[in-house]
Design a protein around this ligand. Structure first.
Ligand SMILES: [Zn+2]
Length: 404
């Protein structure tokens, strides 16, 4: 049978394909338990049917605490066929960490492997919802007892861009063992880097603003207020590097919006003109105080998250004279404070000349910093300048302190 297996993109497709192609070949073996492809197809269909019968729908999560086993893969593939997501949880983690992941994924059923019968007791009092906990004997019996029923398999059309804030959380889970952060970056509640309420705040759309004269068009991922504002400040001034990945995802969203929405950048990409991502540089004074460059590091992480071959991160800008702290300054004073403060470093002059630039910063308030960055880049021959920031501050007459 000439199979073009490159067309198989979903778990349902590849399991049904191989079950038809080679039903009696061994698909899985654990000790003396063998599954042929036909049996794997049948069992995973029963898992999908059992999960649907239990009320789970596409996009719902289940979890697994245990070592690798044929049961784990049967549950994983069966769930995936129905579009239900298995979150495997490292069995070496502590029960507190198990609970964190179960709470965070909102897993509706937690399956446990052989030797993990104490999980219900270990999780007692730690969960903020009430998932069903199913041991391995019960799970195997369930699979044997459930007749297969029709279900709509998940397919390529179910793919959707992952919500950036979900990605923040997924990234934390995946980051080489879970490190429990001390507190929420938005509200300082203990236990999570970004609590449920603050996650909602990060999804608020940015305020619509008309750029002031001289300020480049600017795209933001969200509004700079409440928890988002607290997180940005904690990252920049409080040394909270654990917030960087999540903020970088938001900055990547803003950058993607700019690349898609700015006619000048689009035209540059079409013509093959390089697009440079240029972080706003740390002032020498602030750099010394903080001992690092949080915005530069944030921009670098955002460039990785953006994963776009048409752009390249270039730290082209530098301060050419000291500036006063922007805190407490109004719009005109900020502009005066920054005028002529930035320049393209000589060694990047060739790259900026004729290039399009997307200036990256964490926050925009009056736009004075972005205007000065744009002026310096245009003075060095940049043909187009736009900006992207994590969050935009809703305009107020005096301008809130602490940002520029
Ligand atoms: Zn919070």
């Amino acid at each position: 049978m000439a199979a073009d297996v490159s067309d198989l993109v979903s778990f349902d497709e590849f399991i049904t394909h191989w079950a038809a192609d080679r039903p009696s070949r061994i698909a899985m073996r654990e000790e003396d338990r063998l599954s042929t492809y036909a049996e794997l197809e049948e069992r995973t269909a029963r898992v999908a049917s059992a999960l649907r019968a239990a009320g789970l729908e596409k996009g719902d999560r289940i979890a697994w605490i245990g070592k690798n086993s044929d049961l784990y893969f049967t549950l994983f593939f069966g769930a995936a066929r129905a579009g239900i997501v298995m979150a495997p949880i490292g069995w070496r983690l502590s029960p507190v960490e198990w609970a964190y992941i179960i709470n965070d994924t909102r897993a509706k059923i937690v399956f446990t492997g052989p030797g993990f019968d104490a999980v219900p007791d270990q999780l007692a009092g730690k969960l903020d919802h009430a998932p069903r906990i199913v041991g391995d004997a019960e799970a195997r019996a369930l699979i044997e007892a459930t007749p297969r029923a029709p279900f709509t398999p998940s397919g390529p059309d179910d793919a959707r861009p992952m919500d950036v804030v979900d990605r923040l959380v997924a990234g934390l889970h995946a980051a080489g063992g879970l490190v429990l952060p001390a507190r929420c970056g938005g509200c300082a509640a203990p236990g999570q880097v970004w609590c449920h309420d603050c996650r909602g705040a990060a999804r608020r759309p940015p305020p619509s603003t008309t750029p002031a004269v001289g300020t480049p068009a600017c795209w933001a991922a969200t509004r700079c207020e409440g928890p988002v504002r607290a997180a940005v400040t904690a990252h920049k001034d409080g040394g909270r590097r654990d917030l960087r990945a999540g903020l970088a995802d938001l900055l990547a969203v803003a950058a993607a919006r700019a690349l898609a929405g700015d006619p000048g950048l689009r035209a540059a990409v079409r013509r093959g003109v390089p697009v440079l991502l240029v972080p706003v540089p740390e002032s020498r004074r602030a750099g010394r105080r903080r001992g690092e460059d949080p915005v530069g590091a944030l921009a670098a992480a955002a460039a990785v998250a953006l994963d776009d071959e048409s752009v390249v991160l270039v730290r082209a800008l530098r301060h050419v004279r000291p500036v006063a702290d922007q805190t407490g300054l109004g719009r005109a004073a900020r502009a005066a404070n920054l005028a002529g403060a930035l320049a393209v470093a000589p060694r990047f002059a060739d790259r900026v000349e004729g290039a399009a630039c997307l200036v990256l910063d964490d926050v925009v308030t009056t736009g004075a910093t972005l205007a000065e960055a744009a002026r310096a880049l245009r003075a060095a021959g940049s043909v187009q300048v736009a900006a992207a920031v994590v969050a935009a501050t809703p305009r107020s007459p005096r301008g809130p302190p602490g940002a520029s």
